[in-house]
Design a binder for this molecule. Structure first.
Ligand SMILES: [Zn+2]
Ligand SMILES: [Zn+2]
Length: 180
């Protein structure tokens, strides 16, 4: 992670925390309660945008999706997860039972408190990872080796041959960035 990348992330976390506070105010006003701010962590990976933990009063946010989709991501995912916390805490006591995570109470809360459509799934794509490939050539074509294979060649642990011409692959001394 470069320095520029880190600055962008810090700025986005700042924006996200501000948006959480604004949403918290709205949620407390809407229900007439005074719940404190949940703990928020930006350490979620994979294809889940965010997760809410009502008993621990905490939210986890997907860091690479935050970096990729920025403000639209914040404005959708923060209210979504905060609604889970508020609905669980408020209604499971009131209704003396377990509330479905994306049930009627949650959907109403999203719409009436935040004016948002109660979408269960998000449209945020998983960001592609940029990988460096090492460019090799045999007698007949160009080959692209991963860093792992390239390092094996450098360490003389392995050499690779082309399966078409059976010639040895030679490193051209350059790399290419691809998204995977
Ligand atoms: Zn949800
Ligand atoms: Zn070949």
């Amino acid at each position: 992670m470069g320095d520029g990348h880190k600055e962008v992330l810090e700025e986005l976390i700042d924006r996200s925390n501000q948006f959480l506070n604004r949403s918290l105010l709205l949620a407390n006003q809407y229900l007439g309660v005074d719940y404190h701010a949940p703990a928020i962590f930006y350490n979620l990976k994979g294809k889940t945008a965010g997760l809410a933990y009502p008993l621990e009063w905490k939210i986890r946010i997907n860091q690479s999706m935050l970096i990729t989709h920025q403000i639209p991501f914040i404005e959708e995912v923060i209210p979504h997860e905060l609604s889970h916390l508020f609905v669980y805490r408020y209604y499971s006591v009131k209704k003396r039972g377990v509330i479905k995570p994306h049930g009627k109470e949650w959907a109403d809360f999203m719409q009436e408190c935040f004016g948002l459509p109660p979408k269960v799934t998000h449209n945020f794509e998983i960001p592609l990872r940029e990988v460096t490939l090492f460019v090799y050539k045999c007698a007949c074509r160009t080959h692209y080796l991963s860093a792992i294979r390239h390092n094996k060649v450098l360490g003389f642990k392995s050499s690779y041959c082309c399966k078409y011409c059976t010639g040895k692959l030679n490193f051209l001394g350059r790399t290419e960035q691809v998204k995977k």
